[in-house]
Write a protein that binds this ligand. Structure first.
Ligand code: NAI
Ligand code: MG
Length: 484
């Protein structure tokens, strides 16, 4: 069934250019979240498979991959980007099946993956060190070199985009990658690896080992042969990965989600703001690290914003991925239970609006209709904790000082948005908001391949995306020659 359904056997792992079963032949079931039905099996990679993958990555660096010119790496990635573009429909169908993403959102992810590869393909030969003035009689310069073997532990919410921003940038810099996709969603990682082979990526430059977090993931995070780890996911797992990497004194990039706010001031252009306020909350059913889960609204426009957001919510439809509605299901029964737990903790709050799960949505699917809560006190758990579901809270404020205090009042700091026509206020807030990205009169949840992205506080550290990622995936070496 596996190969017929997906076009390849998802129960195989890729190590050193060879597709094979994991050690011990273990498998995990693959679920379609739109139906809650098992539709295939993936590999349950082991610590031994991670050992083999790290070994293969090291061999690739010592072999043809390590010897490639930067321009050639760039060409290869550009070619891979074009292959992704030619396979958007296939990739989007796989993602919709695996993650429950509405098809048009899955297509957008595939397009973003292609764009990352185009961007990093073009950047590969433009990373340079710098001459350094130092002392007379010396010539000093810096070099940017790859870390070596990079580990990529990624989540299920945006597999293609995260592969693009982390594996894409790491390969552009000349690293060799070991990718551990999430157990809930690894089809597009496997399909991507097959396209990479087709593009001519040398064996071992990209190895893919699906498996459980506590098995394959932990083995990768603590592996002494890995030189850099990039992780996107939950805060506790991020902390565990940093601790594991610390034992090997290895740098990590952690992107751990958030509780990102959009601030709406009384002077804002509400017509322009409205679509951004809602879409950034419900995109991918709210399972987005940079979801705008808090909408802070100045009192004088509170009623208007609440009513207009509520009207949009009332029209939102949730259903199976292939129906391509506004929202799909959540990724799993566990995620649905987590979100429903928060909804019951919100029983004391005023519900401004609730969308609809369509009547013909398959019974076993993990559907949660989107919920909008009005006038939520900033200290409430729904206004402070990451829910990772289609739940937005509207939080009133009086003035700019209070808005800043509320916006900065969580443990997180990933993205923030400001809606105001006052230019001086925009500039002040851009400086005062504690976030890795600030959007003024727009909000780019997840968007912007070119824009460096990452967190402050519990949202993590290090930056991916943009040119900046290439610095993260490289080491700076200083060369000093004394010649008199
Ligand atoms: P998770 O953090 O457990 O999983 C993310 C990745 O880490 C997966 O590939 C998983 O296999 C791996 N992993 C898990 N335990 C590991 C370990 N001990 N060592 C190494 N790797 C390990 O996230 P999960 O359980 O899927 O979701 C739980 C919550 O985490 C969500 O409700 C959400 O709040 C947050 N989350 C945030 C994401 C973001 O984009 N920042 C993405 C996914 C989840
Ligand atoms: Mg987990």
């Amino acid at each position: 069934m596996n190969a017929d359904t997906f076009g390849f056997d998802p129960a195989e792992i890729l190590v050193g250019g060879t597709w094979r079963a994991p050690e011990g032949g273990g498998r995990l079931s693959l679920e379609d979240p739109s139906r809650g039905a098992v539709i295939g099996e993936i590999a349950r990679g082991t610590a031994a498979d991670i050992d083999a993958a790290v070994e293969a990555a090291g061999a690739a660096l010592r072999g043809p991959w390590g010897a490639l010119a930067a321009a050639e790496r760039g060409r290869l990635l550009s070619r891979l980007g074009r292959l992704v573009e030619q396979n958007i429909e296939h990739l989007a169908t796989l993602e919709a099946m695996d993650v429950g993403k509405p098809l048009s959102q899955a297509r957008a992810d595939a397009r973003a993956l292609a764009r990352y590869l185009e961007f990093y393909g073009g950047a590969a030969d433009k990373i340079m060190g710098e001459p350094n003035a130092y002392l007379p009689g010396y010539t000093v310069y810096t070099l940017r070199e790859p870390h070596g073997v990079t580990g990529h532990i990624i989540p299920w919410n945006y597999p293609m985009q995260i592969i693009g921003r982390s594996v894409g940038a790491a390969l552009a810099m000349g690293n060799a990658c070991v990718l551990k996709p999430a157990e809930e969603a690894c089809l597009t990682a496997l399909a991507f690896a097959r396209l990479a082979e087709e593009a001519g990526l040398p064996a071992g430059a990209l190895n893919v080992v699906p498996g459980l977090g506590e098995e394959a993931g932990a083995a990768l995070a603590g592996h002494p042969g890995v030189h850099h780890i990039s992780f996107t996911g939950s805060v506790p797992v991020g902390a565990a990965i940093q601790a594991a990497a610390a034992r090997n004194v290895v740098p990590v990039t952690l992107e751990l989600g958030g509780k990102s706010p959009q601030l709406v001031f009384g002077d804002a252009d509400l017509d322009a703001a409205l679509p951004f306020l809602v879409n950034a909350g419900i995109q991918n059913a709210g399972q987005t690290c940079s979801a705008a889960s808090r909408i802070l609204v100045q009192r004088d426009v509170l009623d208007e914003v609440t009513e207009r957001m509520a009207a949009r919510y009332a029209a939102l439809r949730t259903g199976p991925a292939d129906a391509d509605l506004d929202l799909g299901p959540l990724i799993s029964g566990a995620q649905k239970a987590r979100v429903e737990g928060y909804l019951s903790r919100g029983a004391d709050l005023e519900l401004a609006a609730c969308g609809e799960v369509v009547a013909n949505a398959p019974g076993g699917g993990h559907y949660v209709a989107p919920h909008l809560f009005a006038a939520v006190p900033p200290g409430h758990p729904l206004a402070r904790e990451e829910i990772f579901g289609p739940v937005q809270t509207i939080i009133p404020f009086e003035d700019e000082a209070e808005a800043i205090a509320i916006a900065n009042g969580t443990d997180f700091g990933l993205v923030a948005g400001v809606w105001s026509r006052d230019g001086a206020r925009q500039m002040r807030l851009a400086r005062k908001l504690r976030a890795g990205q600030v959007f003024l009169n727009n909000y780019g949840a997840g968007g912007g391949v070119e824009l460096p992205f990452g967190g402050i506080g519990k949202s993590g550290h290090g930056r991916e995306k943009g040119f900046e990622a290439l610095y993260g995936f490289s080491v700076l070496k200083t060369v000093a020659a004394l010649h008199g």
